[in-house]
Design a protein around this ligand. Structure first.
Ligand SMILES: [Zn+2]
Length: 485
């Protein structure tokens, strides 16, 4: 669902290698003594590096006004924290998952996916406050110092395809950080800190309870499949809701402060909803990319996936992979040089041969994985519209003969996209409607039709089935068609 496919760079060795022991200072946010192996300036440098990788791979959501709005709320909350002077940044990434995450040093991201599910500015503030809490309590930095030893090993070693998983090498990259799990205690602490910051900033903390309800429902609806990392790594939303309600009762803060429901709803009118097909979608086994105007066909019956780093097809027997990504180099020759010079790669035959009239470099290669498995594969680098595409097919060495024809057919199917319907495809978007009489969501869906199921409308509006919505309420619907089949 996300564009291009740029391979992530590993965290520079200097950030990982030089560890200074800073004693065990008391953290001003939590009041606890904390053993962290990195200094605050290292933390900031690391966060900056990884945040640039996040932006390069996920892409920022293209709406400067919405970016400024989210950033403004984040800045207001951060000013209330114990570390107002960190280089705080708050950005919306172009991803449809319900997710939010914090990098060391104050680099905080929310997805456009989660924005679609909030129903007030205070809900957004609650989640930003929570993420600020991970930074001020230095959870990310703590996790990072624990993960460093493992990362050094991965970065130093050959980083080709260590396992038969397209994600295996994520652990060796900055993005691996996003998958670090915070413990339950860290989450509770961030909930408490988020509560503190949003209350200080004048928001009604009751709204955070709504967020936990929403996360619970989204988690349930996803049925355990494709649960965003933010949910899977966080403790049970029901339990957190109860803790938050107790805190509210103690503070006597319920119902006091800014909610800003309508302000928020107007900001997300027109927000892209769900996967954005302009950034690539599958029509059968054809991967079509309207923005980049190319297409590629994967072998029949191969399950496929469009991820942030690559578009991947895996053979039904799970013993072969075809992977499309962006090559590292300004030309196909440069990208081929870069790829084939990786340690552990043995180059077979290399030649220039166009693909559907586009300049291209082909090569065969062998490689050995970290666990000693011999792999063989074929790769092609193609120059097209100022980008270099890398398409890779590989399998275990003794299956190469079986797959050679399949690989060549798929790799050689890369072509310009000319289908008008595919080129003109548009994403679905939120459309905000003020209802002129009270009604249930079922009635709303009849009067103002959506192109998503009623269950999705219930989730994004935070409205239960059968509940009456008062006249004058701004209600979300979703407009726009699915991509042409
Ligand atoms: Zn958290």
């Amino acid at each position: 669902m996300i564009t291009v496919l740029r391979r992530l760079r590993p965290i520079p060795a200097l950030l990982l290698g030089v560890l200074a022991l800073n004693g065990c200072p008391v953290n001003p946010a939590t009041g606890e003594r904390q053993l962290i192996l990195i200094s605050e300036s290292q933390e900031i440098a690391m966060g900056l590096e990884v945040s640039q990788q996040v932006e390069a791979t996920m892409g920022l959501y293209d709406d400067p006004e919405l970016q400024r709005y989210v950033s403004g709320i984040g800045e207001t909350l951060a000013a209330q924290s114990e570390k107002p002077n960190l280089p705080w940044s708050f950005k919306v990434v172009d991803d449809d998952l319900v997710n939010a995450f914090a990098l060391p040093g104050g680099y905080i991201f929310v997805t456009r996916g989660i924005l679609a599910y909030f129903n007030s500015e205070a809900e957004l503030a609650g989640v930003l406050g929570h993420e600020i809490g991970h930074v001020t309590a230095r959870h990310s930095a703590e996790q990072l110092s624990r993960a460093q030893v493992a990362q050094i090993g991965l970065v130093a070693g050959s980083v080709f395809v260590p396992e038969f998983s397209p994600y295996a090498d994520l652990a060796g990259t900055g993005l691996g950080l996003l998958f670090l799990k915070f413990g339950r205690d860290d989450e509770r602490q961030s909930d408490d800190l988020g509560f503190r910051y949003m209350t200080r900033a004048g928001y009604d903390p009751t709204e955070m309870v709504e967020v936990f309800d929403m996360l619970g429902r989204v988690s349930e609806a996803s049925g355990g499949n494709g649960i965003p990392s933010w949910l899977s790594t966080h403790p049970d939303p029901g339990e957190r809701r109860e803790r938050m309600e107790r805190a509210l009762a103690e503070a006597g803060a319920a119902g006091v402060g800014r909610v800003a429901r309508d302000d928020y709803m107007r900001r997300i009118d027109g927000l892209v909803f769900g996967e954005n097909p302009r950034k690539g979608f599958f029509r059968g086994q054809d991967f079509l990319h309207p923005d980049l105007q190319f297409q590629l066909r994967f072998p029949p019956d191969w399950p496929t996936q469009n991820t942030a780093q690559a578009v991947v097809g895996v053979s039904p027997g799970k013993d072969a992979i075809i992977q499309l990504s962006i090559g590292q180099g300004a030309t196909s020759d440069e990208a081929a040089n870069h790829f084939l010079s990786q340690s552990g790669i043995n180059v077979g035959e290399r030649r220039r041969e166009p693909v559907n009239g586009l300049p291209a470099t082909w090569a065969t290669f062998g490689a050995r994985t970290s666990d000693g498995t011999d792999l063989r594969g074929v790769v092609v680098f193609i120059d097209y519209n100022n980008l270099t595409y890398q398409i890779l097919g590989y399998t275990v060495a003794n299956k190469m003969n079986t797959y050679t024809t399949t690989f060549r057919a798929s790799l050689g199917s890369f072509n310009r996209l000319t289908d008008k319907a595919a080129l003109g495809v548009q994403p679905k978007r939120l459309d905000l409607v003020t209802i002129d009489r009270s009604m249930t969501l079922e009635e709303f869906a009849r009067v103002h039709p959506s192109t998503v199921p009623l269950a999705t409308l219930e989730l994004i509006n935070g409205v239960q089935q059968g509940a009456s919505i008062p006249r004058g309420t701004l209600v979300k619907r979703v407009v726009g068609e699915d991509p042409p089949k």
